[in-house]
Design a protein. Structure first.
Length: 94
């Protein structure tokens, strides 16, 4: 399941990079999200198998912290990009 999600994520990421229109980009982003959602539970299973019981709590804690930080960073970057585009739009309109 993890590998199929990874392959879907990689192929849809390539499709995003080569998207000729906004419609194709949105369509590819949907599949990118499906691939990422398919991989996410697998990462926790890999951690559970890779770490001994006494280190597992720390490993899962680090995994959760990094995942949470990444989501926060990505969300903030999205808002920063939206603000920049709005400012560019206002500047070009005047």
């Amino acid at each position: 399941m993890y590998i199929s999600g990874l392959v879907l994520f990689i192929l849809s990421s390539a499709a995003c990079g080569m998207a000729p229109s906004i419609e194709v980009l949105v369509f590819a982003r949907v599949f990118q999200g499906v691939g990422a959602a398919t991989m996410m539970p697998g990462t926790l299973s890999i951690i559970t198998q890779a770490f001994p019981p006494q280190q597992r709590g720390l490993a899962i804690g680090i995994w959760g912290g990094v995942s949470g930080k990444q989501r926060r960073t990505a969300r903030q970057q999205g808002w920063d990009a939206a603000r920049l585009l709005a400012e560019l739009d206002r500047a070009c309109a005047t």
